[in-house]
Design a protein around this ligand. Sequence first.
Ligand code: HEC
Length: 110
Amino acid sequence: MTSFRTLAAVAALCALALPCPAAEPDARVAWATHCATCHGSKGKAPARYAAQGVPDLNDADWQSMRTDKQIRALIADGSKGTQMEPFKARLTAAEIDALVKLVRSFKPAK
Ligand code: HEC
């Protein structure tokens, strides 16, 4: 059901600003696979998740409140008592680093 839209989103992101290096783990694929359900294809959570307190990762205030280290730790270890699960068993360290960069690339829609 979501697969076409997800693929389209990945393709769109690849076609846009970011380079698509084959050698590095592709954060956009990891994002589409593991994160987009709850965080949206571009970091803005769908309404049902936003209502549960999932922050809009495009928000400049949110971005300024978090260090890369905190984002990395959150992806690796999750947020206890929420649906944000730890991903360190499912993603490599390089994939998590790539996801931190991807999260940092989210910006408010113009
Ligand atoms: C099942 C739903 C779900 C999935 C899948 C999910 N998240 Fe989350 N995420 C959440 C929720 C809920 C929160 C809010 C956690 C909280 O309030 O502490 C959150 C919060 C976050 C935050 C912000 C935390 C903060 O410090 O403000 C980041 C960054 C994040 N997730 C990244 C990711 C990444 C990267 C993935 C994929 C590897 C992912 N999430 C997958 C539900 C999810």
